[in-house]
Design a protein around this ligand. Structure first.
Ligand code: PAF
Length: 285
C-alpha cells in the first residue's frame, strides 16, 4: 500500500511521472471517476493494484456529460475526503484537472459514439454519451494507461467506451468491474447520498425487481410481460417516473425478446428527486 497518493493538477508533471513509472517497467491502470468516492470506487482501486503496479485515479466532474436540467451544480464534491480515501486505498496518483485544463478556450472537438449510445440513457440524456466519450478519450490520452477500469453499474457507458476505444484504435485495454452493492442489494453510487431515510428504505427494490426479472428471463420467459410487471412493481414501491426498464443483449445492447444468450436487464428510475440506474446479468439456463 502506498503511504502517499501523489496529487497532480497539471498535465506535464503527471505525464513525467507516468513516463518514469513506465520506464521502470510498471503497468499503469487508470480509474476515471467524478469524485464523491465510495467503496465501489475503492474496489476499483484495489483491482487496479491487483492487475498493475500503479493505480491512477482521475477526479473530474465533467460538465459536458450533464444535461441543462441535471445535477451538475449539486453533484457532490469533496476532494480532500476523496484524497484521504485514495491514500488509504493505496492509489499511487490522483489526477485532478480543472475545467480550464480539460476544456480550454477554443476547445471544439466532440466524439459522437455509435449504436451503443442509442436508447436507454442515450435517449433520456441526450448528449450524455458524447460528453462521456470525449472526456474519457481525453483522460486516456492524458494518462496513457495500459488498462482503464469502469464499473459495470454504468453498463451502457462501459459498452460505449469499449466501442470508442475499438473504433479509434486507442492503445488501452478497457476492463469492466462488477457492481458493488450494499447488503440489501442497492448498487453503490455517489448519488445514493441524495436519498432521504424513507427513499433509502425503498431503494433496494430496484435491484430486487431486476434480479427477479433476470432469474425468470434466464429460465426462458418473454421480456415484454416482465417489463410491464417490473415497471408496475417499481411504481407501486414509490419510484417514478421509471425512465426505462429494458432487456438488452449484453454485447450489442440490441433489444431482446427472449434471452437466448447473455443479456442484461437495465433500469433508470427516479426516487424522489434522485435518478438511480442499475442492471443485472441474465444468464440463460
Ligand atoms: O462514470 C463516471 O464517473 C463518469 O461518467 C466518467 C467515466 C468518470 C466520465 O466522466
Amino acid at each position: 500500500m502506498s503511504d502517499k497518493t501523489l496529487r497532480f493538477d497539471r498535465l506535464e508533471p503527471l505525464r513525467e511521472q507516468v513516463d518514469a513509472w513506465r520506464a521502470g517497467g510498471d503497468r499503469i491502470v487508470l480509474v476515471p471517476t467524478m469524485g464523491a468516492l465510495h467503496s465501489g470506487h475503492l474496489a476499483l482501486v484495489a483491482h487496479a493494484k491487483a492487475i498493475g503496479q500503479r493505480a491512477i485515479v482521475s477526479i473530474f466532474v465533467n460538465p459536458t456529460q450533464f444535461g441543462p436540467n441535471e445535477d451538475f451544480s449539486r453533484y457532490p464534491r469533496d476532494t480532500e475526503t476523496d484524497l484521504a480515501l485514495l491514500a488509504q486505498a493505496g492509489a499511487d496518483a490522483a489526477w485532478l484537472p480543472s475545467v480550464e485544463t480539460m476544456y480550454p478556450t477554443g476547445f471544439s472537438t466532440r466524439i459522437e459514439p455509435g449504436p451503443a449510445a442509442e436508447g436507454l440513457c442515450g435517449t433520456v440524456r441526450p448528449g450524455h454519451f458524447s460528453g462521456v466519450a470525449t472526456v474519457v478519450t481525453k483522460l486516456i490520452n492524458q494518462v496513457r494507461p495500459d488498462i482503464a477500469l469502469f464499473g459495470e453499474k454504468d453498463f451502457q457507458q462501459l459498452q460505449v467506451i469499449r466501442s470508442v476505444v475499438r473504433d479509434l484504435d486507442m492503445a488501452v485495454t478497457i476492463e469492466g468491474v462488477p457492481t458493488l452493492r450494499e447488503a440489501d442489494g442497492l448498487a453503490l453510487s455517489s448519488r445514493n447520498r441524495y436519498l432521504d431515510p424513507r427513499e433509502r428504505a425503498i431503494a433496494p427494490r430496484l435491484h430486487a425487481v431486476l434480479a427477479e426479472m433476470a432469474e425468470r428471463l434466464g429460465r426462458g420467459a418473454e421480456a415484454a410481460p416482465l417489463i410491464a410487471e417490473g415497471t408496475t412493481a417499481l411504481e407501486t414501491a414509490g419510484f417514478g417516473p421509471v425512465q426505462y426498464l429494458e432487456v438488452r443483449d449484453a454485447q450489442t445492447l440490441a433489444p431482446v425478446v427472449r434471452a437466448e444468450r447473455e443479456a442484461r436487464v437495465l433500469v433508470a428510475a427516479y426516487l424522489g428527486a434522485t435518478r438511480l440506474i442499475d442492471n443485472v446479468a441474465v444468464v440463460p439456463a
